[in-house]
Write a protein that binds this ligand. Structure first.
Ligand SMILES: [Zn+2]
Length: 340
Protein backbone atom coordinates (compact mmCIF):
# COMPACT_ATOMS: atom_id res chain seq x y z
CA UNK A 1 0.00 0.00 0.00
CA UNK A 2 1.33 3.40 -0.93
CA UNK A 3 1.29 5.77 1.84
CA UNK A 4 0.57 9.42 1.09
CA UNK A 5 1.78 11.82 3.65
CA UNK A 6 -0.61 14.45 4.98
CA UNK A 7 1.86 17.09 3.73
CA UNK A 8 1.58 15.83 0.16
CA UNK A 9 -2.25 15.81 0.41
CA UNK A 10 -2.15 19.38 1.49
CA UNK A 11 0.10 20.33 -1.47
CA UNK A 12 -2.24 18.62 -3.98
CA UNK A 13 -5.21 20.38 -2.51
CA UNK A 14 -3.55 23.81 -2.85
CA UNK A 15 -2.44 23.15 -6.47
CA UNK A 16 -6.00 22.06 -7.44
CA UNK A 17 -7.47 25.22 -5.98
CA UNK A 18 -4.97 27.40 -7.88
CA UNK A 19 -5.76 25.67 -11.21
CA UNK A 20 -9.48 26.02 -10.58
CA UNK A 21 -9.11 29.67 -9.75
CA UNK A 22 -7.12 30.29 -12.96
CA UNK A 23 -9.72 28.41 -15.03
CA UNK A 24 -12.57 30.38 -13.51
CA UNK A 25 -10.54 33.53 -14.18
CA UNK A 26 -10.05 32.66 -17.85
CA UNK A 27 -13.70 31.76 -18.31
CA UNK A 28 -14.68 35.01 -16.67
CA UNK A 29 -12.36 37.02 -18.94
CA UNK A 30 -13.61 35.18 -22.07
CA UNK A 31 -17.20 35.71 -20.97
CA UNK A 32 -16.45 39.36 -20.36
CA UNK A 33 -14.74 39.71 -23.77
CA UNK A 34 -17.60 37.89 -25.56
CA UNK A 35 -20.09 40.08 -23.77
CA UNK A 36 -18.53 43.30 -25.09
CA UNK A 37 -16.58 42.10 -28.21
CA UNK A 38 -17.47 40.08 -31.30
CA UNK A 39 -15.41 38.15 -33.88
CA UNK A 40 -15.46 39.75 -37.37
CA UNK A 41 -13.28 39.99 -40.47
CA UNK A 42 -11.54 43.12 -41.63
CA UNK A 43 -11.70 43.38 -45.39
CA UNK A 44 -8.89 44.89 -47.40
CA UNK A 45 -9.21 45.73 -51.07
CA UNK A 46 -5.96 46.57 -52.82
CA UNK A 47 -4.35 46.54 -49.37
CA UNK A 48 -6.71 49.24 -48.12
CA UNK A 49 -9.01 48.64 -45.15
CA UNK A 50 -12.64 48.95 -46.23
CA UNK A 51 -14.59 47.78 -43.17
CA UNK A 52 -15.75 44.70 -41.30
CA UNK A 53 -17.96 41.86 -42.37
CA UNK A 54 -19.64 39.41 -40.06
CA UNK A 55 -18.96 36.35 -42.21
CA UNK A 56 -16.08 35.80 -44.59
CA UNK A 57 -17.72 32.70 -46.08
CA UNK A 58 -20.97 34.49 -46.71
CA UNK A 59 -19.24 37.37 -48.54
CA UNK A 60 -17.11 34.97 -50.57
CA UNK A 61 -20.11 32.94 -51.68
CA UNK A 62 -21.98 36.13 -52.69
CA UNK A 63 -18.93 37.22 -54.74
CA UNK A 64 -18.75 33.82 -56.46
CA UNK A 65 -22.44 34.00 -57.34
CA UNK A 66 -22.01 37.50 -58.78
CA UNK A 67 -19.00 36.45 -60.88
CA UNK A 68 -20.89 33.43 -62.18
CA UNK A 69 -24.29 34.95 -62.88
CA UNK A 70 -23.75 38.69 -63.07
CA UNK A 71 -26.59 41.16 -62.76
CA UNK A 72 -28.98 42.40 -65.39
CA UNK A 73 -29.11 41.53 -69.09
CA UNK A 74 -26.40 40.59 -71.59
CA UNK A 75 -23.60 39.95 -69.11
CA UNK A 76 -21.07 37.84 -70.98
CA UNK A 77 -18.44 37.49 -68.30
CA UNK A 78 -17.00 39.33 -65.28
CA UNK A 79 -13.38 39.68 -64.30
CA UNK A 80 -12.46 40.33 -60.67
CA UNK A 81 -9.19 42.23 -60.81
CA UNK A 82 -8.23 42.07 -57.11
CA UNK A 83 -9.52 39.52 -54.64
CA UNK A 84 -10.35 40.95 -51.19
CA UNK A 85 -8.10 40.01 -48.28
CA UNK A 86 -9.49 39.11 -44.86
CA UNK A 87 -8.09 39.47 -41.34
CA UNK A 88 -9.74 37.95 -38.29
CA UNK A 89 -10.47 40.63 -35.67
CA UNK A 90 -12.29 41.02 -32.37
CA UNK A 91 -14.13 44.29 -32.23
CA UNK A 92 -16.47 45.94 -29.78
CA UNK A 93 -20.05 44.83 -30.18
CA UNK A 94 -21.30 48.26 -31.15
CA UNK A 95 -19.04 48.32 -34.28
CA UNK A 96 -21.33 47.96 -37.31
CA UNK A 97 -20.40 45.44 -40.01
CA UNK A 98 -20.97 46.47 -43.63
CA UNK A 99 -21.57 43.24 -45.53
CA UNK A 100 -23.72 44.81 -48.30
CA UNK A 101 -21.49 47.85 -48.78
CA UNK A 102 -18.36 45.74 -49.03
CA UNK A 103 -19.98 43.39 -51.54
CA UNK A 104 -20.76 46.49 -53.61
CA UNK A 105 -17.14 47.71 -53.31
CA UNK A 106 -15.92 44.33 -54.60
CA UNK A 107 -18.40 44.54 -57.51
CA UNK A 108 -17.04 48.00 -58.35
CA UNK A 109 -13.59 46.42 -58.70
CA UNK A 110 -14.87 44.07 -61.41
CA UNK A 111 -14.75 44.51 -65.18
CA UNK A 112 -18.08 43.54 -66.67
CA UNK A 113 -18.21 42.49 -70.32
CA UNK A 114 -21.58 42.66 -72.05
CA UNK A 115 -22.42 40.47 -75.00
CA UNK A 116 -23.71 42.60 -77.90
CA UNK A 117 -24.18 42.29 -81.65
CA UNK A 118 -22.54 44.66 -84.11
CA UNK A 119 -23.79 45.32 -87.63
CA UNK A 120 -20.84 45.86 -89.95
CA UNK A 121 -21.36 47.41 -93.36
CA UNK A 122 -18.44 47.07 -95.76
CA UNK A 123 -16.20 46.15 -92.80
CA UNK A 124 -17.20 49.23 -90.82
CA UNK A 125 -19.19 48.97 -87.60
CA UNK A 126 -22.45 50.87 -88.01
CA UNK A 127 -24.68 49.86 -85.09
CA UNK A 128 -24.62 47.80 -81.89
CA UNK A 129 -27.73 46.08 -80.57
CA UNK A 130 -28.45 43.82 -77.60
CA UNK A 131 -29.82 40.75 -79.37
CA UNK A 132 -29.28 38.67 -82.45
CA UNK A 133 -32.94 39.13 -83.26
CA UNK A 134 -32.61 42.95 -83.27
CA UNK A 135 -29.49 42.67 -85.47
CA UNK A 136 -31.36 40.46 -87.92
CA UNK A 137 -34.22 42.96 -88.11
CA UNK A 138 -31.81 45.74 -89.09
CA UNK A 139 -30.06 43.52 -91.65
CA UNK A 140 -33.41 42.59 -93.19
CA UNK A 141 -34.42 46.27 -93.46
CA UNK A 142 -31.08 47.19 -95.05
CA UNK A 143 -31.16 44.29 -97.48
CA UNK A 144 -34.69 45.01 -98.59
CA UNK A 145 -33.99 48.75 -99.06
CA UNK A 146 -30.78 48.16 -101.04
CA UNK A 147 -32.02 45.21 -103.10
CA UNK A 148 -32.09 47.18 -106.33
CA UNK A 149 -28.85 49.09 -105.78
CA UNK A 150 -26.21 48.50 -108.43
CA UNK A 151 -23.46 48.50 -105.81
CA UNK A 152 -23.92 45.70 -103.29
CA UNK A 153 -22.87 46.37 -99.70
CA UNK A 154 -21.63 43.58 -97.46
CA UNK A 155 -23.75 43.50 -94.28
CA UNK A 156 -22.40 41.21 -91.56
CA UNK A 157 -23.45 40.66 -87.93
CA UNK A 158 -20.73 39.88 -85.40
CA UNK A 159 -20.97 38.98 -81.72
CA UNK A 160 -18.69 41.00 -79.48
CA UNK A 161 -18.07 41.96 -75.85
CA UNK A 162 -17.81 45.48 -74.53
CA UNK A 163 -17.65 47.18 -71.12
CA UNK A 164 -20.74 49.30 -71.60
CA UNK A 165 -24.16 48.03 -72.52
CA UNK A 166 -24.42 50.90 -74.96
CA UNK A 167 -26.85 49.77 -77.65
CA UNK A 168 -29.36 51.32 -80.02
CA UNK A 169 -33.03 50.78 -79.26
CA UNK A 170 -34.64 52.34 -82.32
CA UNK A 171 -34.00 49.69 -84.98
CA UNK A 172 -35.83 51.64 -87.68
CA UNK A 173 -33.58 54.66 -87.12
CA UNK A 174 -30.44 52.50 -87.06
CA UNK A 175 -31.42 50.84 -90.34
CA UNK A 176 -32.09 54.21 -91.97
CA UNK A 177 -28.71 55.52 -90.81
CA UNK A 178 -27.11 52.60 -92.62
CA UNK A 179 -29.24 52.86 -95.75
CA UNK A 180 -28.85 56.62 -96.24
CA UNK A 181 -25.12 56.70 -97.17
CA UNK A 182 -25.50 53.53 -99.24
CA UNK A 183 -28.29 55.19 -101.16
CA UNK A 184 -26.21 58.33 -101.70
CA UNK A 185 -23.35 56.21 -103.01
CA UNK A 186 -25.72 54.35 -105.27
CA UNK A 187 -27.31 57.50 -106.67
CA UNK A 188 -23.85 58.87 -107.30
CA UNK A 189 -22.96 55.73 -109.21
CA UNK A 190 -26.01 55.99 -111.41
CA UNK A 191 -25.37 59.70 -112.06
CA UNK A 192 -21.73 59.02 -112.92
CA UNK A 193 -22.76 56.27 -115.29
CA UNK A 194 -25.25 58.54 -117.03
CA UNK A 195 -22.82 61.42 -117.55
CA UNK A 196 -20.18 58.97 -118.67
CA UNK A 197 -22.33 57.47 -121.40
CA UNK A 198 -23.63 60.88 -122.47
CA UNK A 199 -20.06 62.11 -122.83
CA UNK A 200 -18.64 59.05 -124.46
CA UNK A 201 -21.33 57.70 -126.77
CA UNK A 202 -22.38 59.15 -130.06
CA UNK A 203 -26.10 59.95 -130.42
CA UNK A 204 -28.00 57.89 -133.00
CA UNK A 205 -28.96 61.02 -134.97
CA UNK A 206 -25.28 61.89 -135.41
CA UNK A 207 -24.50 58.33 -136.47
CA UNK A 208 -27.33 58.37 -139.01
CA UNK A 209 -26.15 61.57 -140.63
CA UNK A 210 -22.54 60.31 -140.62
CA UNK A 211 -23.65 57.13 -142.38
CA UNK A 212 -25.34 59.21 -145.01
CA UNK A 213 -22.24 61.36 -145.46
CA UNK A 214 -19.95 58.35 -145.49
CA UNK A 215 -22.14 56.19 -147.65
CA UNK A 216 -19.07 54.36 -148.90
CA UNK A 217 -18.46 52.92 -145.42
CA UNK A 218 -19.94 49.47 -145.10
CA UNK A 219 -18.60 47.58 -142.10
CA UNK A 220 -18.36 43.81 -142.39
CA UNK A 221 -17.88 41.20 -139.65
CA UNK A 222 -14.57 40.27 -137.95
CA UNK A 223 -15.01 36.46 -138.10
CA UNK A 224 -16.60 34.12 -140.63
CA UNK A 225 -18.03 31.90 -137.88
CA UNK A 226 -18.61 32.96 -134.27
CA UNK A 227 -20.93 33.10 -131.27
CA UNK A 228 -21.84 36.54 -129.89
CA UNK A 229 -21.19 36.23 -126.14
CA UNK A 230 -21.65 39.84 -125.03
CA UNK A 231 -23.30 42.84 -126.60
CA UNK A 232 -22.71 46.55 -126.09
CA UNK A 233 -24.03 48.23 -122.94
CA UNK A 234 -24.28 47.97 -119.19
CA UNK A 235 -23.23 44.54 -117.92
CA UNK A 236 -22.66 43.06 -114.47
CA UNK A 237 -18.92 43.63 -114.80
CA UNK A 238 -19.25 47.24 -115.92
CA UNK A 239 -19.97 49.11 -119.13
CA UNK A 240 -19.21 46.97 -122.18
CA UNK A 241 -17.93 49.21 -124.94
CA UNK A 242 -18.06 46.71 -127.78
CA UNK A 243 -19.34 43.34 -128.97
CA UNK A 244 -17.66 40.02 -128.17
CA UNK A 245 -17.41 37.45 -130.97
CA UNK A 246 -16.22 34.12 -129.57
CA UNK A 247 -14.28 31.57 -131.63
CA UNK A 248 -11.38 29.25 -130.97
CA UNK A 249 -7.86 30.59 -130.49
CA UNK A 250 -6.11 31.16 -133.81
CA UNK A 251 -9.28 31.91 -135.82
CA UNK A 252 -8.39 34.66 -138.37
CA UNK A 253 -9.70 38.18 -137.65
CA UNK A 254 -10.77 40.26 -140.67
CA UNK A 255 -10.69 44.05 -141.00
CA UNK A 256 -14.26 45.42 -140.92
CA UNK A 257 -13.55 47.99 -143.62
CA UNK A 258 -10.70 49.51 -145.65
CA UNK A 259 -8.32 51.53 -143.54
CA UNK A 260 -4.87 52.06 -142.07
CA UNK A 261 -3.50 50.13 -139.07
CA UNK A 262 -2.78 52.66 -136.29
CA UNK A 263 -2.06 50.27 -133.42
CA UNK A 264 -0.80 46.70 -133.10
CA UNK A 265 0.48 46.33 -129.55
CA UNK A 266 -0.27 45.33 -125.94
CA UNK A 267 -2.83 47.68 -124.33
CA UNK A 268 -3.59 46.54 -120.73
CA UNK A 269 -7.09 45.09 -120.38
CA UNK A 270 -7.43 44.88 -124.17
CA UNK A 271 -4.43 42.53 -124.36
CA UNK A 272 -2.98 42.53 -127.87
CA UNK A 273 -5.00 45.24 -129.62
CA UNK A 274 -5.30 46.20 -133.28
CA UNK A 275 -6.79 49.56 -134.30
CA UNK A 276 -7.69 50.44 -137.87
CA UNK A 277 -8.45 54.02 -138.89
CA UNK A 278 -11.18 54.46 -141.54
CA UNK A 279 -12.42 57.48 -143.45
CA UNK A 280 -14.74 60.04 -141.83
CA UNK A 281 -13.24 59.76 -138.32
CA UNK A 282 -14.21 56.13 -137.69
CA UNK A 283 -11.88 53.66 -136.06
CA UNK A 284 -12.28 49.92 -135.35
CA UNK A 285 -10.75 48.01 -132.40
CA UNK A 286 -9.95 44.28 -132.31
CA UNK A 287 -8.93 43.20 -128.80
CA UNK A 288 -7.56 40.12 -126.94
CA UNK A 289 -5.70 38.86 -130.06
CA UNK A 290 -3.27 35.93 -129.80
CA UNK A 291 -1.14 37.20 -132.72
CA UNK A 292 -0.92 40.10 -135.20
CA UNK A 293 -0.95 39.74 -138.98
CA UNK A 294 -0.34 43.43 -139.67
CA UNK A 295 1.94 46.28 -138.75
CA UNK A 296 1.26 49.89 -137.84
CA UNK A 297 1.00 51.90 -141.08
CA UNK A 298 -0.30 48.99 -143.17
CA UNK A 299 -3.09 49.84 -145.56
CA UNK A 300 -5.70 47.09 -145.25
CA UNK A 301 -8.71 46.18 -147.35
CA UNK A 302 -12.06 45.07 -145.95
CA UNK A 303 -11.85 41.33 -145.16
CA UNK A 304 -8.05 41.20 -144.92
CA UNK A 305 -6.71 39.00 -142.12
CA UNK A 306 -5.11 41.40 -139.61
CA UNK A 307 -4.69 39.09 -136.60
CA UNK A 308 -5.87 35.95 -134.77
CA UNK A 309 -8.36 35.28 -131.98
CA UNK A 310 -6.85 34.97 -128.51
CA UNK A 311 -7.69 35.53 -124.85
CA UNK A 312 -5.04 38.08 -123.88
CA UNK A 313 -5.60 40.94 -121.42
CA UNK A 314 -8.79 40.98 -119.31
CA UNK A 315 -10.59 38.15 -121.03
CA UNK A 316 -12.50 35.12 -119.74
CA UNK A 317 -12.21 33.04 -122.92
CA UNK A 318 -11.10 33.19 -126.55
CA UNK A 319 -12.95 35.92 -128.44
CA UNK A 320 -12.40 39.12 -130.34
CA UNK A 321 -13.82 42.24 -128.72
CA UNK A 322 -14.83 44.66 -131.48
CA UNK A 323 -15.45 48.36 -131.03
CA UNK A 324 -16.27 51.03 -133.56
CA UNK A 325 -15.36 54.54 -132.47
CA UNK A 326 -16.16 57.87 -133.95
CA UNK A 327 -13.70 60.60 -133.08
CA UNK A 328 -12.55 58.54 -130.09
CA UNK A 329 -16.05 58.02 -128.64
CA UNK A 330 -17.61 54.60 -128.65
CA UNK A 331 -21.16 53.61 -129.58
CA UNK A 332 -23.02 50.38 -130.19
CA UNK A 333 -21.24 48.73 -133.15
CA UNK A 334 -24.49 46.87 -133.93
CA UNK A 335 -25.86 50.11 -135.38
CA UNK A 336 -23.19 49.90 -138.11
CA UNK A 337 -22.73 46.16 -138.58
CA UNK A 338 -26.10 45.27 -140.07
CA UNK A 339 -27.18 41.63 -139.66
CA UNK A 340 -25.14 39.32 -137.44
ZN1 LIG B 1 -15.67 42.67 -124.88
Amino acid sequence: MVRVSSKAKLKAGVAGKVVLTILIGIIAVVALVLASYKPVYSVLINGEFKGYVSSKNNLQSQIETYLREGEGDNVGYILLNTRPEYEFSLVKKDIVTKDEEILQLVKNECDVYYRVYAINVNDEEKAVVDSLDAAQQIVDKVNSATKKFTKKASVVVSEKYQNELDVVDDLELAANDIIKPLKAENDELVTKYQTYTVQKTVPQSVLDSLREMESDLNFGLPLTSYVVTSRFGWRRMGYHTGIDFAASIGTPIHALEDGVVTCAEWKGNYGYLIKVQHTGGFETYYAHCSRFACNVGDEVKKGDVIGYVGSTGNSTGPHVHVEIRYDGSYFDPATMLGEF
